[in-house]
Design a protein around this ligand. Structure first.
Ligand code: IPM
Ligand code: MN
Length: 350
């Protein structure tokens, strides 16, 4: 039987609860669909940082390299470790080290979930560049603490980086409704964003079957609220994609429903799957975190591993649960109730 080796990084706060929920669902799906998962848990987190001085061991990346995929819960506990330290010690280096350049985030309303908007259905797939741009980490600070202090953070856009994320977005559009909206701010940022627009036109030539429209980030923010149903695939730089996908999460009913996949498309390293939400210190330890974002992310993981039927079954079971009203409003059901309902729906389908 095919066995997938999974690295689990529950991380901080509600990360542990939602990772446990996702793994219970993955294991149930595996036994019904003829494959097995073997998982190893890593306690890399802010607690680990306080104990050892690092978010993960020095050979952490090399350890992860041997796995088929990584499932991550949440990273960050700002009360004890600054976010700029915890994120740069775990999540962000993993995305970069394994060249997980495509961050995929689906935004749509699950049945029974009422979003904040007065619109009907929408189905957006946001493709966020995940390794460079505004997150390149190039820069520095001088004259610290003086009136002459300077902070520089340079966004880096490479031809390789921009071209590959655009191609990835066009490929995704081919499997959907065939439309790409490429988000920039080329009216103000005349170097990097004009370059991105040019690359969009160039790549589009190879996809005559896909329609494409450029859009500025500010107008895009308004459009996601006013007319989300008009969007199919949305592709954006690292920071723009980060911001738009929190907006996407909001219109789909909240961060509890926002799933994501950090994909290394050439499979030279493992891909990583994580809910968009963070560690949620305000509700941590109360057993009320919505596990749906993590479960949906785990379904994306199985799809990436080639287990499309199991992934589809998990999504269908999740939809069956929300259609019956389970997990549709914050605090309505416990993490356990939602997980149990999804497991039961999975069983019903078998
Ligand atoms: C996300 C998160 C991260 C990001 C943070 C925690 C560094 O907001 O995955 O969207 O900005 O990428
Ligand atoms: Mn974010």
């Amino acid at each position: 039987m095919k066995t997938y080796e999974l690295a689990l990084i529950p991380g901080d706060g509600i990360g542990g609860d939602v990772t446990d929920a996702a793994m219970a669902v993955v294991e149930a799906a595996a036994s019904r669909h003829g494959f097995a998962v073997s998982s190893r848990r890593f306690d890399w987190s802010c607690a680990h940082y306080l104990e050892t001085g690092a978010m993960m061991p020095e050979d952490g990346i090399e350890t992860l390299r041997g796995f088929d995929a990584i499932l991550l819960g949440a990273v960050g506990w700002p009360e004890t470790v600054p976010d700029s330290v915890s994120l740069h010690g775990l999540l962000l280096p993993i995305r970069k080290a394994f060249d997980q350049y495509a961050n995929i985030r689906p935004h749509r309303l699950l049945p029974g979930v009422e979003g904040p908007l007065k619109v009907g259905e929408f189905d957006i797939l946001c493709i966020r560049e995940n390794t460079e741009g505004e997150y390149s980490g190039a820069g520095g600070r001088v004259h610290l603490g003086t009136a002459n202090e300077v902070a520089v953070e340079t966004a880096i856009f490479t031809r390789t980086g921009v071209e590959r994320i655009l191609r990835f977005a066009f490929e995704q559009a081919r499997t959907r409704r065939g439309h790409v909206t490429s988000v920039t701010k080329s009216n103000a940022q005349k170097h990097s964003m004009v370059f991105w627009d040019e690359m969009t036109r160039l790549v589009a030539q190879d996809y005559p079957d896909v329609t494409v429209a450029p859009m500025h980030i500010d107008a895009m923010a308004a459009r996601m609220v006013m007319a989300p149903e008009s969007l199919d695939v949305v592709v954006a730089s690292n920071l723009f994609g980060d911001i738009l996908t929190d907006l996407g999460a909001a219109i789909q009913g909240g961060l509890g429903f926002a799933a994501s996949a950090n994909i290394c498309p050439d499979r030279s390293g493992p891909s990583m799957f994580e809910p968009v939400h963070g560690s949620a210190p305000d509700i941590a330890g109360r057993g009320i975190a919505n596990p749906i974002a993590a479960i949906w992310s785990a379904a994306m993981m199985l799809d990436h591993l080639g287990e499309a039927a199991a992934a589809a079954a998990i999504l269908a079971a999740t939809e069956a649960a929300t259609a019956s009203g389970i997990g549709t409003r914050p605090g309505r059901n416990s993490t356990e109730e939602i997980t149990t309902a999804i497991l039961a729906a999975l069983e019903d389908r078998a």
